[in-house]
Each structure stands twice: as C-alpha cells, then as structure tokens.
Design a binder for this molecule. Sequence first.
Ligand code: PMP
Length: 449
Amino acid sequence: MNRKTWRDRDLAVLWHPCTQMQEHLDGAPLITIRRGQGVWLEDYEGRRYLDAVSSWWTNLFGHAEPRIAAAIASQAQQLEQVILAGFSHVPAIELAEQLLALAPSGLSKVFFADNGSAAVEVALKMSYHAHLNRGDTQRTRFIALQNSYHGETLGALAVTDIPLYRRTYAPLMMQPGFVPSPDAWLAEPGESAEDRAERAAQALAEVLQRQGEQTAALIIEPLVQCAAGMRMHSPLYLRRARELCDRHGVHLIADEIAVGFGRTGSLFACEQAGISPDLMCVSKGITGGFLPLAATLATEAIYQAFLSDRRDRAFLHSHSYTGNPLACAAALASLQIFRDQDVLGANRQRAAALARAAAPMAELPKVGEVRQRGMIVAFELVADRANKTPLPTVGRYGQQIYRAGLERGVLLRPLGDVIYWMPPYCISEDEIGHLGKVTQDALRVAFSA
Ligand code: PMP
C-alpha cells in the first residue's frame, strides 16, 4: 500500500495530537511509519528519518530495542494487566524498589500512573491533600515558573504557562502564581546564569513571603524548561527553591518527566543541584520509550499524612492502567540497560560529539545561542543576535526547518523558533555528523528562502 493511500485513510479517521488538522488537509506532510530501528524511522516508501526528537522525548536506547522488546513479549505471556488496587504484581514491586534506590534521597513511595500529565495531577492533588490531612486547610494555591510546561489535562495545564496551550482553556482552570523563570536566556546584558537564578529566587522569596501560608507546592522542571524551547537554568535556582520551600512549609514538586533518565547528563536533573524534592514526577523515558507509564515518587512524610482509619483521608486516585505489568517490564529492562552499560559515561562522549556538530551553527547570523545540557542541544533563532530580538513571524522559520529536515531525512521538530536535538542514546558519531549537516542545510534553506 503506498503512502498516499495511507495518508488518505489516515485523514479520513484520525485526529492527530497537538495539530491543526487543516494544515494536513491543505497538504502538510503526514508520514506513516512502518518500522523503527535505532535512531531511524522508516516509512512505507522505504524513506528513512533520523529521529532527532526521540519520538516526543520518550525513546532512550533506540527504536525496537531488542532487550526491551523481549522483556515485554515475555511479560505478555505471563500477565498483561491486573487491577493495582487490592492486588499487586512483581514487576510493579521491583520497579518501585529500583526507582527509589536511584531517585534522590528522601523519596520513599511510588504511585504509578500512565502518562506524564497524570503524574503531575497526582503530585498536585497529593500535595494539597497531604497538607489538608495535617489540618492545614489554607494551602490551596500552587506556584509554577513562567514559561513552564507540565502537561495538557486541566490541572497540569493550569500550572503550564505557555499561552498557545493554556490561554484558550484559562477560564476553566485554577489560577496558580507564575513566578519569574531562572531561564539563563532571559538574563540581562552582563548578568550571568547564576545572577539570573538569584534574581528569580529573590522574586520567588517575595511571593512566598506574601503567600507562603496559602501555597501547597512549587512545581518546577529542573534544569531545562523543555517545551518552552529547551530553556536552561543554573542548578543554583533549585537549591534556592528548596531552601525557600522548606522555610515556608511548601512542597517542592520536581517534574522530571522530560529531563529524567539521563537526558541532562545525570540520571535525574535534581542530582546536579544536590537537592531532593518532596514529590518527583517521571514518565516518557521510564520505559525506554516503549509503553506509556508514569510515576509520582513521594516522601515518607507525605505518604504518612494519608494513613488513617478514614477512607476520605486516603489518596483515592486511580487510572485503569496504573502500573501496567507490560510497561513495568519495559521499565525494568530499560533500567537493566543502565546497569549493564555505562550509559551516562557513554552519553558524555556523545554529548561532546553533539557539541562539536553544533558548534558551526553558532556562527550563523540568525542563531542567537547554541546551548546544551547533556543530551539536549538547542539553537535559539533570532532576528538580531546582539539584542536577542525574536524573529518577526513566530514559528515560521521553525516550520520551514521542519520541512527541510524531513526532505533530508531528519525529524527535527522545532519549538517555535528553537531548533533542538534530543536524540536516542544509541546515536553514533556518524549519525551525529549527519544530523549536524542536515540541520545546517535546513537552517540555510529556511533563511535564504
Ligand atoms: N511535564 C513535562 C516537563 C513534559 O515535558 C511533558 C510532556 N511533554 C509532560 C509533563 C506531560 O507528559 P504527557 O505528554 O505524557 O502527558
């Protein structure tokens, strides 16, 4: 069956996520993938695409990674799904044990869900409810960072500050306080990333001074605000945020959904600041990118706040596929790969190769900054580099680069006018070289058009 036929059949029945479907009806590319292997996706015409975005930041070790595939197949013959209330299963127990052993200290219980937004919902509800169970009825507010992204369900979207996603639904949602982001790109001339972090921490301190007693939690994407355009900040901010939360009895929620499992160079981003959150959300890479699974890790103090002989003090939250055994088996196989191979060490070499491939782009006139944290590299496109003036037509160049990338066999999916690489950890030096060359070509095409 050829691609056109698949395209027609697709558009007759599918409504794609995060997509203005009219663009496809008007002819925007829609590629049907037949199979994946390593960093490559292959369509029905045999065209190959280097997956530079790890399929929405989920894939860790390549598509169709055989060890994870085998673990899922074997689990499927044993137990595919079981209710997790009143019942348990060994993959969930083992995965919880392993996650807690790897996570920042102080986290002692794992609550499973099945996608990142759900893990955020769980963290928000748990935080509020834990305060409530301790008799603190005032803490009904949340604080999030400007330009934050925490998901698309109403609670997670409420603590998201990206207008494109949030604005339309704003009348439906709780109103958190959005505090200035430590984002180093937003530093004033002469200000370092640390200065920026200190200034943002000062703003947080002032908000907590006023509203600390009404605040349940501060939610943060540690080190990289990915959806905002891979905006990066100093670990200093996380240390300051931890201190401030402690001072005001506010929980710190670390949303490690995008940055967890080695993306930023350490297994979890919080490690680079030496802090432990009260609640930590993980998803995406947890299964190596094979199956939907999420977890919210909580401290013993939060867990204890729910123990009671009263039912309404319990955390009565559930999703049907909570802790699905197949997903847990995939996650266990993925963690086994971390144990069998020095993944983080090998990624340091890969990150250096990515830096070398990215360096020539810094010379291009419309590239305002090339920034990197571990396996994440981003190119901030600007009209004018000296004063960081954004491009006049937000996202237009990004779209052109997306198309130019596809024509050259690379899946780049710009965030507005930020181009980024977040490839699977199996990417080779040659593939990195290819990615660099195609990205440069795509930038040239977009800016000479
Ligand atoms: N938090 C962060 C930091 C994310 O990047 C995302 C997804 N991009 C989410 C939450 C939501 O995860 P999901 O798409 O699985 O709901």
